[in-house]
Design a protein around this ligand. Structure first.
Ligand code: NAD
Length: 265
């Protein structure tokens, strides 16, 4: 098959269902000829991911819970024996106790959930980068997903914002480490999307419609648009880009205040 991703093999982590951002990315890179392996978290998600993987001809579907280091290591053992090398990796994994994604950060944040959120949503990217390192081909590309709550306060995003700040900083350190080997590391900061993870944030509906009204494009983005931007970063089209947080958010992040239309509503 010809296309921007022809001859490239990659792992996509974080598809839960056909609304997942990772699925938007998978469709975009598969349409350009990429061969994809997927991970899934637990059997229930596995049953949802299997038909999606089948629909784009993916043959490698591997269980992985990043809280279980053995399961993460086993993924890369399988990739080593099945493929021997890797061209790209997408990390679209995030989790926090939803009861702490509502209310004042100072009131709701516990030590245990702070650590758990950090491990799953931030450290896991470093861990998979470490495991992928021996397999990555020159020209390889790693990509993670973040949100603007890392740099500015978004109501209810709370500890996830702290984890995304750590994730973005990790991405920059990894970009510096992998650069000499010709491997790039980037993040997409996506605007709000209605997904399982997105629904876990308090007042998600109000946040969604606020960003629709107040983004320069007056709408939110969909998973196919995020997929197209990911395609640029994962393919050789993005060969000069590393260490970057690329905003795919209808321009919301440039605004310093609500639009006048919104203020006059
Ligand atoms: P989603 O619920 O479809 O995907 C989240 C994924 O994380 C799921 O596949 C889930 O299985 C996986 N996951 C959670 N804990 C895990 C663990 N312990 N081990 C392995 N996998 C685990 O939601 P999504 O919105 O597509 O989220 C994908 C990424 O995009 C996340 O990092 C999220 O923070 C980020 N993001 C989402 C939005 C949004 O508005 N939805 C915006 C910006 C960034």
């Amino acid at each position: 098959m010809k296309g921007l991703m022809a001859g490239k093999r990659g792992l996509i982590m974080g598809v839960a269902n056909d609304h997942s951002i990772a699925w938007g990315i998978a469709k975009a890179v598969a349409a350009q000829g990429a061969e994809i392996a997927f991970t899934y978290q637990g059997e229930a998600f596995g049953r949802r991911v299997k038909p999606l993987a089948d629909s784009i001809g993916s043959k490698l579907l591997l269980p992985c819970d990043v809280e279980d280091t053995d399961s993460t290591a086993a993924v890369f053992e399988s990739l080593k024996s099945e493929w021997g090398s890797l061209d790209f990796l997408v990390h679209a994994i995030g989790f926090s106790d939803r009861t702490q994604l509502k209310g004042r950060y100072v009131d709701v944040t516990t030590r245990d959930n702070f650590v758990r959120t950090m491990v799953i949503s931030a450290y896991s990217f470093t861990e998979v980068a470490q495991l992928a390192a021996p397999l990555l081909n020159t020209g390889g590309s790693l990509l993670t997903l973040t949100y603007g709550g890392s740099v500015r306060v978004m109501p209810n995003y709370n500890v996830m914002g702290v984890a995304k700040a750590a994730l973005e900083a990790s991405m920059r350190y990894l970009a510096a480490d992998f650069g000499p080997d010709g491997v790039r590391v980037n993040a997409i900061s996506a605007g709000p999307v209605r997904t399982l993870a997105g629904a876990g944030i308090g007042d998600a509906r109000q946040m969604f419609s606020y960003q629709q009204r107040n983004s320069p494009l007056r709408r939110t983005v969909d998973i196919d648009e995020i997929g197209q931007s990911a395609l640029y970063l994962l393919s050789d089209m993005g060969s000069g880009v590393t260490g970057e947080v690329h905003y795919v958010d209808s321009g919301y992040s440039i605004m310093s205040m609500p639009t006048m239309e919104d203020l006059r509503r």
